[in-house]
Design a protein around this ligand. Structure first.
Ligand code: ADP
Length: 662
């Protein structure tokens, strides 16, 4: 193809403008094109070109049957930097646009066939430019242009690339969609959130949003949305909430409320509501705080429960103080001990340091009680022994004041699932006065008993003397009466001895005289004696092998005799009493079983209390003071043994005691 410069004046006139495309068109080699030289181009083409080239709106023209292509400066950028320009000039539309021919050909055909202009907005027509096929969006129109004869001259394409705009729009749409999705999500999220949420807008705090929970708390429906907060909840007037919100709005700083009391109104009634909440400022696009999100939760139940607890704690403390109880709390895991002031007082402690088991408790115990209490506490830590129950009496010697105090301590050890002791809690009570009263009583009883014993011994002596005389005179009547007198004197002596034993035992006046002896042999002897004095009862003995215990023989005899005599007292004649002895775990266990009146479950644990007698018509007919079992229990306790009873009311009872064996 040779380049020829056309100089035709007519042509020059039409396309002589200073556009770049004008000069390119002018210098183009038209001779070898299907349009031929410009001198022969129709007037209509030339005037169209002239208009087109001077337009700053992108235009393209396809002329003639082959649709030879022209375009203006404004269109050039659409062809890309390393794109179709300048080859696109003078080529046919088909050759220039192979990649989109399948799209535009039908559109061109429609225009040619119908003569109607078409309009395509933001249409995706990917073209090859910048060395690749690019997604390009266009808004364009195709319109038919006529030649000088009024026939089809060509197709004028006025087109604008809108790729940037479309992509921006697409992105905007995407973000709008996303925003809508997020907003919807947020709305549902807020609606179903397990906390109370509301969004308040502007200085009037208009309720823009309020979820179910906050509406429930406020006792309102969604009707309050769009209303200023103070109108929705007029009861807030005078409460701190509106000023707090104003503060957050002004400062832009969040506010956290903890356990704040609000007085709200529901069904015309004011009620208290405690909540934890945050007022969080929300900024708008220009960075100003124009709304506040309120997030909170109702803690009324918890606060009220806590207050109730505090009240009952106060009450309990009041009771404890009124009852002059001291309390102790041992954390066995941490090895710490906590005593209240009263407890410290009862141990004569004046320091305010933390107390310890060894320094304050063990050292504070009366030396005579110390060993016994340590053993009891060791046992209380073993769940199997007594399920952690602790109920004892001991003496303390005040650490500072050296005062002797009698203490009644009650408590419980709590264990974990593996029976490891975790906590030991209880109370202590000063029973010194009661004890002193008791001791005074004991002294009196001892005195009276002692005083009674002398005349009674004389009565006994005289009775025996009279009995001998009556026998000599063969006065059977007097002899019979004297025998009955003697029996009554013996009973009275027994009772008086009981009282004397009681007082001597309680005051620990008589120490234990321990020695080793065979318990089994002792049981045999005592049973034989009992059989002789009470021939109406069958006493069976289930012996064990010789069993040596280190104990006070007289006292153990006293226990066995007491238990045997109770069996006789509380059983009908011609019934059986079974005595057995067994050895287990370094202990001898003696049991004495009768077929007597039995004991009700309610009474069974109280039998061993001082002066306890069962309220029962049968028991009432039997004389006694309720000290026999108490004495037994004291004696066994002093020997580090155990004593207890089992019974079925109406069928009989079994009394057990244990003694450590040698
Ligand atoms: P008492 O002098 O009243 O017998 P105890 O201390 O020996 O005093 O006994 C206390 C109470 O226990 C008795 O009053 C009686 O009601 C009851 N008791 C003791 N032993 C038996 C028994 N073997 N069977 C039924 N009840 C008994």
């Amino acid at each position: 193809m040779s380049q020829s410069k056309t100089s035709d004046a007519k042509f020059q006139k039409f396309i002589d403008n200073d556009s770049e495309m004008s000069s390119i068109i002018r210098s183009y080699d038209w001779e070898n094109s299907s349009l031929g030289v410009p001198e022969k181009w129709p007037q209509s083409l030339l005037s169209l070109l002239s208009t087109m080239l001077s337009s700053s709106f992108p235009m393209l023209l396809w002329w003639g049957d082959d649709l030879v292509q022209f375009y203006n400066d404004a269109y050039r950028p659409s062809l890309g930097i390393s794109g179709k320009h300048p080859k696109a000039l003078g080529q046919t539309a088909k050759d220039t646009w192979p990649e989109i021919w399948h799209i535009i050909k039908p559109q061109i055909d429609i225009v040619i066939q119908t003569g109607q202009a078409t309009w395509h907005e933001d249409q995706l027509v990917p073209i090859f430019r910048n060395n690749r096929l690019e997604d390009v969006y266009w808004t364009y129109s195709y319109s038919l242009v006529k030649d000088d004869g009024g026939n089809l001259g060509g197709v004028l394409v006025i087109c604008n690339e809108t790729t940037e705009k479309v992509i921006a729009q697409q992105q905007l749409e995407k973000s709008v969609n996303l925003l809508t999705i997020n907003q919807t999500r947020l709305k549902y999220l807020l609606a179903d959130a397990p906390v109370a949420i509301s969004v308040l807008i502007g200085e009037e705090f208009i309720i823009e949003n309020a979820n179910k929970i906050i509406l429930e708390i406020w006792g309102k429906t969604e009707q309050i949305i769009g209303i200023p907060l103070i109108e929705a909840l007029p009861e807030l007037q005078g409460q701190p909430f509106i000023p707090l919100l104003q503060e957050v709005l002004a400062s832009g700083k969040p506010f956290h409320g903890n356990e704040v009391l609000a007085l709200l109104e529901k069904d015309n009634e004011i009620f208290e509501m405690y909540s934890n909440f945050v007022y969080h400022p929300l900024k708008n696009a220009d960075g100003h705080v124009n709304s506040i999100i309120v997030v909170g939760y109702d803690i009324t139940e918890q606060v009220k429960a806590r207050k109730e607890l505090e009240k009952s704690k106060d009450k309990l403390e009041l009771f404890i103080t009124a009852a002059e109880l001291g309390t102790f709390d041992m954390d066995l895991e941490k090895g710490t001990m906590d005593w209240d002031n009263r407890c410290r007082e009862l141990f004569g402690i004046t320091h305010q340091q933390p107390v310890t088991y060894d320094n304050d408790f063990v050292n504070g115990l009366h030396p005579e009680d110390r060993q016994r209490i340590i053993e009891i506490i060791d046992n209380v830590m073993i769940k199997a022994v007594n399920n952690g129950n602790y109920n004892i009496t001991y003496r303390t010697i005040g650490a500072q004041d050296k005062k002797l105090r009698w203490i009644r301590a009650k408590g419980k050890v709590y264990f974990d699932k593996d029976e490891v002791p975790l906590r030991f809690i209880g109370s202590v009570l000063d029973i010194s006065e009661v004890k002193q009263e008791e001791m005074r009583k004991n002294d009196f009883i001892a005195l009276v008993s002692h005083e009674l014993k002398t005349p009674l011994t004389s009565v006994k002596g005289f009775t025996q003397l009279l009995a001998i005389k009556a026998k000599e005179k063969q006065d059977n009547f007097t002899g019979g009466i004297l025998e009955r007198v003697n029996k009554q004197v013996m009973r009275m002596t027994e009772m008086i001895n009981g009282f004397l034993n009681l007082s001597s035992l309680e005051e620990s006046k008589v120490p234990l005289l321990k020695k080793s002896f065979d318990l089994e042999a002792m049981l045999k002897d005592l049973i034989n004696e009992c059989e002789l004095t009470h021939p109406d009862y069958a006493i069976q003995f289930l012996p064990c092998k010789p069993t040596f215990v280190n104990a006070d023989q007289n006292k153990v005899e006293q226990v066995i005799n007491n238990l045997l005599s109770n069996c006789i007292k509380y059983s009908d004649k011609n019934t059986t009493i079974i005595v057995s002895c067994a050895i287990k775990n370094a202990e001898a266990t003696v049991s004495i079983m009768d077929e007597g009146i039995g004991i009700k479950p309610n009474d069974i644990n109280k039998l061993f209390d001082r002066f306890y007698r069962v309220e029962n018509p049968v028991a009432k007919q039997v004389s006694g003071f309720g000290i026999g079992l108490y004495l037994c229990a004291e004696i066994i306790r002093q020997h580090n043994g155990k004593i207890w009873a089992e019974s079925e009311f109406g069928k009989g009872s079994t009394f057990y005691f244990t003694l450590p064996i040698n």
